[in-house]
Design a protein around this ligand. Sequence first.
Ligand SMILES: Cc1cc2nc3c(=O)[nH]c(=O)nc-3n(C[C@H](O)[C@H](O)[C@H](O)COP(=O)(O)OP(=O)(O)OC[C@H]3O[C@@H](n4cnc5c(N)ncnc54)[C@H](O)[C@@H]3O)c2cc1C
Length: 324
Amino acid sequence: MQLADAIVVGGGPAGSTCAWKLRDAGLDVVVLDRMRFPRTKLCAGWVTPEALDDLELDPEDYPLSFMTFDELHLHWKALSVKLKSKQHSIRRFEFDNFLLCRAGATVLQHKVREIRRDGADFVIDGQFRCKYLVGAGGTACPVYRTLFHDSNPRSGALQTATYEHEFAFDWQCGECHLWFFDDGLPGYAWYVPKANGFINVGLGGMAEQLKRQGGHVREYWRKFVDRLESRGLVRYGHYQPAGYSYYLRGNVDVVSDHNAYIVGDSVGLATRDMCEGIGPAVKSGLLAAQAIITGCDYSLAAINKFSGSGFASKLLEHKFAGSQ
Ligand SMILES: Cc1cc2nc3c(=O)[nH]c(=O)nc-3n(C[C@H](O)[C@H](O)[C@H](O)COP(=O)(O)OP(=O)(O)OC[C@H]3O[C@@H](n4cnc5c(N)ncnc54)[C@H](O)[C@@H]3O)c2cc1C
């Protein structure tokens, strides 16, 4: 049986951030992830300056693919606006591995299946024992499923469905574009160039609304990539898109229970307007670590529900998750 003060299930941004702070405080931390890192994580890889601040990461010190955009190009039907807003792009394949290595925890490839309490401890798959357990396993997190789901189910109305592909591409337009509600998609499509000759293109929408419309993100994909070509942005013959689902910030508010904590996508923390999940994942990882280290309460109150503010944000929230 392997012993640790804390076990973090999942090595994405939520888990690695929590592990990093726990290690800093001197705890013995094991991160269990079902994948071997570096691993592919479906994600456009848009990251905010606030998330980098929370990670105490100066772009100058980040040695991997990194780009900065001074504005976002937003498109809705025939309307196009340039929104002044400093944002960044990274490649999750690199970024998550960088953060996990930096955390300094013991990282083991292990798919967690069974979690049980044993006195004040947790026992995982009969192989690992710890006092503190952090669920950072994303949408399918076994800690959420075992200890939090029944009392605190995530809302189906806030579930997203996405479809995307990241690939090596000699892009010519180094700007970030977002197209809202094309062809009735209850969400948006993106074009996010990456440094070192990569690009991520994809789309996402609210799963229940898609179902009500009798559609699937796959059906929007063909039209989207045809448009990328007609707009002169991407011409590519080898798309291999894949899908993933995650939850926007909703009604899950029980996030700790007798030394068990859930963070990031396992809670469902992505913003209600832009579906941004990296920043909230990082922030929740920091807050859970602080609660473990100091004994203070772990609450989501300090985590923003929106990426933007004002009217446009409210409009997007209404369009994405209006039924909630
Ligand atoms: C297509 C798409 C595009 C997106 N674009 C953006 C974007 O541009 N910007 C943004 O901010 N957010 C974006 N998001 C959301 C963002 O990717 C997530 O919110 C973020 O990754 C959440 O981080 P996390 O650490 O909670 O979970 P994850 O990054 O999903 O990490 C969870 C980890 O847990 C591991 N795991 C799962 N089950 C187990 C198990 N049983 N045992 C052990 N390990 C397990 C997984 O292997 C994984 O490594 C996007 C999401 C998608 C799907």
